[in-house]
Design a protein around this ligand. Structure first.
Ligand code: SAM
Length: 230
């Protein structure tokens, strides 16, 4: 990797092990938060609910292997595990993974179908029926998105589900960016992606978009795509 790439990742990793961890653990929780954070919480939960509804609408996933890449505190991992699928969840931030493990143990009846690891999604190996990567592309500049998606694609035998902040709402998001990354961590940038570019990447890798959704609240924007192998 180039030093620029290493720096980007190190910054993101440090952020989600420190101030970002505290902030996002609260947003992705049930406790009291401010109005902006509550709005982001609502929007993010809608994205999670949409993914779970798609997974449940499909063939029986019980026993099938799903990779949750960049799992955060397990907001998706936990309801996914409850469907009976086998889940491999990982995140670059050790703190996020530890929190996800604690939440999984506290809320799930069984966790023997769930494996967590601390890792950069680009070092993940193996073959999964479905690979899901929610709200992680926001940490990837445009020129790094192709390689990242190509890697996730190489892990997925049937289905790939991705979400990203669409570039069309750039103006609105840029205005709110101080809320995404407050204080000293403003150094952590938020990258938006043009939907046509993400679709082109997926198409060139042999995927067909089967479902899409848009979650849009006042402070949260996420475009969700579900792709299946052609
Ligand atoms: N996917 C989770 C969700 O939707 O609840 C978390 C979303 S959070 C905005 C972004 C997460 O991506 C953080 O937990 C961060 O540590 C993780 N992340 C960023 N870059 C990563 C990378 N290269 N490999 C693995 N995880 C990464």
């Amino acid at each position: 990797p180039t030093s620029e790439q290493t720096d980007d990742k190190t910054i993101v990793q440090n952020y989600f092990n420190t101030v970002g961890f505290d902030r996002w653990r609260r947003i992705y929780g049930n406790g009291e938060v401010n109005k902006v954070q509550a709005d982001i919480r609502t929007g993010h939960q809608q994205t999670i609910d949409t993914v779970i509804s798609w997974i449940k609408a499909d063939t029986n996933m019980a026993g099938k292997l799903i990779c949750d890449a960049g799992c955060g505190v397990g907001s998706l991992t936990i309801p996914l595990a409850a469907t009976g699928a086998r889940i491999y969840a990982s995140d670059l931030s050790e703190k996020m993974v530890t929190e996800a493990q604690d939440r999984a143990r506290a809320t799930l009846e069984r966790t023997d179908n769930l494996i967590f690891s601390v890792s950069d999604l680009e070092t993940l190996r193996g073959e999964y029926h479905t690979v899901i990567c929610l709200d992680v592309l926001i940490h990837y500049p445009e020129d790094k998105a192709q390689a990242m998606i190509a890697h996730l694609s190489s892990l997925a035998s049937h289905r790939l589900i991705l979400s990203f902040a669409p570039k069309t709402t750039a103006y609105t998001i840029l205005k709110k960016i101080g809320e995404f990354f407050p204080g000293p961590s403003k150094a952590t940038r938020a990258y938006l992606h043009r939907e046509s570019e993400i679709v082109n990447i997926l198409t060139s890798l042999g995927w067909r978009i089967e479902r899409n959704a848009m979650t849009k609240t006042q402070f949260y924007f996420s475009r969700l795509l579900e792709a299946w192998r052609i």
